[in-house]
Write a protein that binds this ligand. Structure first.
Ligand code: MG
Length: 451
């Protein structure tokens, strides 16, 4: 950390840590005190994903919040977008206990603003300042906050999504859907939504197992072997999987082929955006979305990587759709944050309305492939970047976030992770061969530079 730079607790996705190591009950309680003192609001909502330590961290954060004189509204296990929907519709701040797609030994604390978006960095710094200065609000015992349970959040969330799509058109299609919750927070909400939309659902891993014993939480092909196998049987129109807190959705086509999140985003944009609409996506999404926006006459705005950045830009520009290449789609008519179940409902709607199979719909998109890698780094990113600059001098680069190097119609984006000692590498090609070649070449270059 540079001199003068303040220590940060919140990363790109809230505070992450290992319970009983760095995310101790005492620390979580003090974060609760800081949140309650900073917002100084009458009540705060709290929810968790299914992690084994969720109840423990929730109790500690909740205790800290109540000690500041704030009523705690406990919503139980919910997808992160379920809490976000509750916050916006009740105009209440929220705290989500989750580590999203990270392995089960981790957990995290994420704050949600009254409008349902992730808390702004400015407010996160405000919470941190209370934490570091220890200026906690400590009222008399008679003014301590109490605990209220609200069990209505999950059904209200599911109903809201159903209300945003043509439920009767979807129901008439009698879709056969295989769904994998990965033991995560969507284990009840997404199956309920799919059933309400008239789908015949076969559920996988829809038990709230906080050890994630059935599969790893990140919904990538290597973690979805059972779902891929099941859909390959030919008995389903669509396979759906979420990450642990269900703000993202990925899909499997009727032949059992994994659909990259980059394609899902472009598909939804191609059928949902209208002429004159604004669409927002980070620079990590492929140019497929640029071509799709040109086709429909929508304006595309690129941002730095990070879902909260996309959400904020969408609010600023009143954008209809946005999202990331990892299955995080934001449909602002419902709410301006990533929402896995909403994404699934939109995909079913466009299948119902077009009468086409998901593989045909994907086949109509401009052809682009995105190869993604995570490269472990042994040198600080700033040092690595300097050496990298020497290697690529003379090339066309974009420095909006990390470094994006253009090679004709293809490009590679290299950026440091906000949470781990890795750099993320995204390579775009028209064909998979090209994107892999580009990824290999830059990965080798990085590895050579670290020696
Ligand atoms: Mg997530």
């Amino acid at each position: 950390m540079k001199a003068g730079q303040k220590k940060r607790l919140f990363g790109t996705n809230g505070i992450r840590g290992t319970p009983n190591v760095d995310l101790t009950p005492n620390f979580a309680m003090e974060i609760g005190q800081s949140i309650g003192s900073y917002f100084h609001t009458g009540r705060i909502a709290i929810a968790t994903d299914t992690r084994l330590t969720g109840a423990m961290i929730q109790a500690a954060v909740g205790s800290g919040i109540m000690s500041t004189g704030t009523e705690l509204v406990s919503l139980g296990i919910l997808p992160t977008p379920g809490l976000q929907f509750y916050c916006r519709t009740h105009s209440i701040f929220g705290v989500m206990i989750t580590a999203s797609h990270n392995p089960p030994q981790f957990n995290g604390i994420k704050c949600i603003d009254k409008d349902g978006t992730e808390l702004s960095e400015e407010n996160e710094i405000g919470v941190e300042e209370v934490y570091f200065s220890r200026k906690f609000t400590v009222p008399d015992w008679s003014k301590c906050g109490t605990l209220r349970q609200d069990n209505s959040a999950d059904s209200a969330y599911v109903s809201a999504i159903i209300g945003r799509v043509d439920a009767s058109a979807i129901s008439r299609s009698n879709f056969r859907v295989a769904f994998d919750a990965g033991n995560g927070a969507s284990y009840q909400t997404t199956p309920a939504m799919l059933s309400d939309l008239g789908a015949q659902v076969v559920s996988l891993n829809c038990n709230a197992d906080g050890r994630f014993t059935s599969r790893e939480s990140e919904p990538k092909p290597e973690n979805l072997a059972s779902l891929l196998e099941l859909v390959k049987s030919g008995q389903f129109d669509l396979g759906i999987a979420h990450d642990g807190d269900a703000d993202r959705a990925v899909f499997i086509d009727e032949k059992g082929k994994f659909i990259d999140g980059d394609k899902t985003l472009s598909l939804i944009v191609s059928h949902t955006a209208r002429k004159g609409d604004t669409v927002v996506t980070p620079i990590s999404s492929s140019d497929c979305i640029s071509e799709v926006c040109d086709r429909v006459g929508a304006r595309l705005i690129r941002t730095k990587v990070g879902a909260p950045i996309v959400s904020r830009k969408m609010i600023e520009l009143k954008a209809r759709i946005g999202g990331e290449e990892n299955g995080g789609v934001i449909y602002s008519e419902h709410q301006v944050c990533r929402d896995g179940a909403m994404t699934a409902a939109l995909v079913l709607q466009l299948m119902a309305k077009t009468g086409s199979s998901i593989s045909n719909l994907i086949g109509e998109l401009p052809k682009y492939t995105l190869t993604k890698r995570a490269v472990h780094i042994t040198k600080p990113w700033s040092e690595l970047l300097l050496s990298l600059e020497d290697e690529i001098s003379g090339k066309d680069v974009d420095r909006m976030d990390g470094i994006k190097i253009k090679e004709g119609k293809n490009w590679v984006l290299i950026r440091p992770s906000g949470t781990e000692p890795i750099v993320r590498l995204y390579a775009q090609g028209k064909e998979e061969k090209q994107s892999k070649e580009l990824a290999d070449r830059y990965q080798n270059m990085l590895e050579k530079l670290m020696k």
